[in-house]
Design a protein around this ligand. Sequence first.
Ligand code: BTN
Length: 269
Amino acid sequence: MSSRSADLDIARVNALLNAGAGPETRGGLAWRIVYEREVTSTMDVARALAAGGAPAGVVVVADEQTAGRGRLGRTWVSVGGVNLYFTALLRPSLAALRQLAMIAPLAVAEGIGDVTGLHAEIKWPNDVQLDGLKCSGVLIDADVRGDDAMLALVGIGLNVNLDPAQTPELSGIATSLRATLGHLVEREAVLAAVLRRFGELLALVDAGESVRSRWRERLNTLGRSVRVRMGAAIEAGVVVDVAEDGSMELERADGSRVLIAAGEVTLRS
Ligand code: BTN
């Protein structure tokens, strides 16, 4: 059986997003999907649309990326026709911007659960994992001026029907919904569910709430012994908690504690 499916059916995604009507069930934000079969990176297309004045809620979705980007300058493997690659253009409040690194992976994890029943975990700060393997990553590119968040581009890659065995560079690191469940999953349903959750979480935060406890409950990094790389610097210790803004509180071997806002985590135990 080939895992290559037809191009994404955006009319179907819109129908699923609109099902049940009401802005509250659509998640507040009016998502508007801009679909391209193949792009360099959905981040590039979203950036160009933003420069042209595109409003919040535009989501650039592609079937394939020829130059997909990950965090820390890495490449994001973007096999065509099997996964989801999309970038949401937001013009968030500062409160929403502060919680975006929690909101986005939480929307992915909850959207996956809505469609498949799987319980996805979050590896700090925003990798989404199934059975300890990464199935989704989030790349946030934000322009902030003074106290104003001008623009945030939230890029999400989600392995839906990827066969990791066909992609040796992902072996032992990544998984997909299909690999976990043993059957194909409808990409349109997953995209609609994630966008719906994303809109709901943004609306909650704009109403003054915090998503920290929902995000924290899914964190598989709490209580673990980790090594965190921040550029050239490395910290090691046990993750004792996460702060309100999602920063990791790490206890070093000497008992001192440090708050870490961003970095690359390796789990040690
Ligand atoms: C990570 O390193 O975990 C973040 C990966 C983000 C990948 C997505 S795919 C859609 C968007 N376009 C890109 O080039 N990157 C993000």
